[in-house]
Write a protein that binds this ligand. Sequence first.
Ligand code: PLP
Length: 374
Amino acid sequence: MAAGVYLDHAATTPMRQVAVDAWVRHAQALNPGGQYTSGRRARSVLDDARETIAALLGCEPVEVIFTASGTEADNIGVQGLFAASESRRVISTPIEHPAVLETVQSLGAEVELLPVDAQGRVSDLSALDTPAALAACMWANNETGAIQPVEQVIGRASAVGTPVHVDAVQVVGHLPVNFAALGATTLAASAHKFGGPRGVGLLLAKRSPAPTGVLHGGGQERGIRPGTVDVAGAAATAAALEEAVSEIPTELGRLRGLRDLLRTGITDLVEDVVFHTTESSLPGHLHMSFPGAEGDSLLMLLDSLGVEASTGSACAAGVNRASHVLLAMGVSEAEARGALRFTLGRTSTESDVKRVLGLIEDVAARARAAGMAF
Ligand code: PLP
């Protein structure tokens, strides 16, 4: 059987060799808070990583907070800005990743979700004209890849003094990011989405207003994320981000070309496919529904043939329910259950696309013949 085809890069992407090398090089680093030689040595590696990341993302080194995941960065941004405010009002969107949506819903706040159009884009920003403790809006959606109007969200919110948390987990390392120019208050990223290690996240946090720490401890990372910092993980993240950012100009066009080849091929081969990824999306995303089929059937049939894909959010995988993102876009529950997401990335090639196109007609027919579970 031919080598497997991995098309779930939005869930996680293979670690880059530069990141593995940096990780191994610094695996023995000791506590960067230590006041002695080995501590200072570890601290200097951490400082270098912080400076590299800050330069790549357009912020000051002090604004870079290392966390243990994108989820943790989102939790600190949302919970921390809420705790730092006297207002009980929070604005977000119904298409956020659960790391934001569930956090927002756990606050006990008065939550207002901005409406979303059929393209999966936030469509009416008027709720932002009334001040709130915070507004939380993702930069690009993890399921459809739809790019959100974050600049406008930040402009409207800032005009009335509302801090903004941006979940940029799908964007950092894939599109250019300049935190200072963007004007967000906090921004979350995750190393494993751009070829860094799993288990390292980033929270960019302005000096003021700063999120209140949600964990209590030794005061590391400005007290916003206490805990001994993983120096090797930070160095690996910086190395991965440096390479990812340098590849953005070439990867954008290459991935878009491959994705469009996949979309055209599927349109030609399979009837009645509904595409949820539209213009102004991340270049490697292709999210669609095969009405009459279960997404799980499509996924398992593809897997049995060596193609790894997803029904959408990795966190919802294994649970047979319609995606909250598609439902918010007005997609029917039956159609949403037939969802399949291919996400291309650094290791994707034209032969991967051809392999999928060689299988998809038969896979769609078999999944449709199996029908819906209930
Ligand atoms: N936010 C978005 C948009 C994501 O896609 C993900 C992961 O899929 C996360 C947050 C969570 O990131 P992590 O897996 O690092 O916790």
